[in-house]
Design a protein around this ligand. Structure first.
Ligand code: TYD
Length: 132
């Protein structure tokens, strides 16, 4: 079983161009309370490097590509995000790191709650201990 589920979004549009619609509690399986985007990442940088106690998130790479390392405390998995019709669901208690960002990569993230630093686990050893 994989650590994170991926969702394929329907691509809409016509000969003029394309559109993907994301709707909370419809094709996004939680109520969306916050949206943020990650861009302008320096070459070689690793972002994320944390887990959340309760937050659910969905990542979509809108432009370019990046890799995501997922770690549930027992196993690890690497996913390449390179299509804006694919969403990666991040459950609570999954350590994630984003890296190998292509030039101009824009990563959209939808979350089921507001930003709360207290929900973060930023220390890997503390994450491993919390998994036990
Ligand atoms: P951080 O979690 O360190 O992101 P990354 O590892 O991807 O670079 O967040 C960067 C900064 O942005 C940090 O000061 C926290 C702040 N932040 C918010 O204010 N709101 C948010 O929704 C998020 C995700 C981060």
């Amino acid at each position: 079983m994989s650590i994170a589920q991926t969702i394929e979004f329907e691509q809409r549009g016509d000969h003029l161009g394309w559109l993907v619609a994301l709707e909370g509690e419809r094709n996004v399986p939680f109520p969306v309370k916050r949206t943020y985007y990650i861009y302008g990442t320096l070459p070689g940088a690793r972002r994320g490097r944390h887990a959340h106690h309760t937050l659910r998130q969905l990542m979509v790479c809108l432009s370019g590509s990046c890799k995501v390392l997922l770690d549930d405390g027992q196993s690890r998995e690497e996913i390449l995000l390179s299509r804006n019709t694919q969403g990666l669901l991040l459950d609570p208690m999954v350590w994630h790191e984003m890296y190998e960002f292509s030039e101009g990569c824009v990563l959209l993230v939808l979350a089921d709650n507001w930003y709360d630093e207290a929900d973060y686990i930023r220390n890997y050893d503390a994450f491993k201990a919390a998994c036990r």
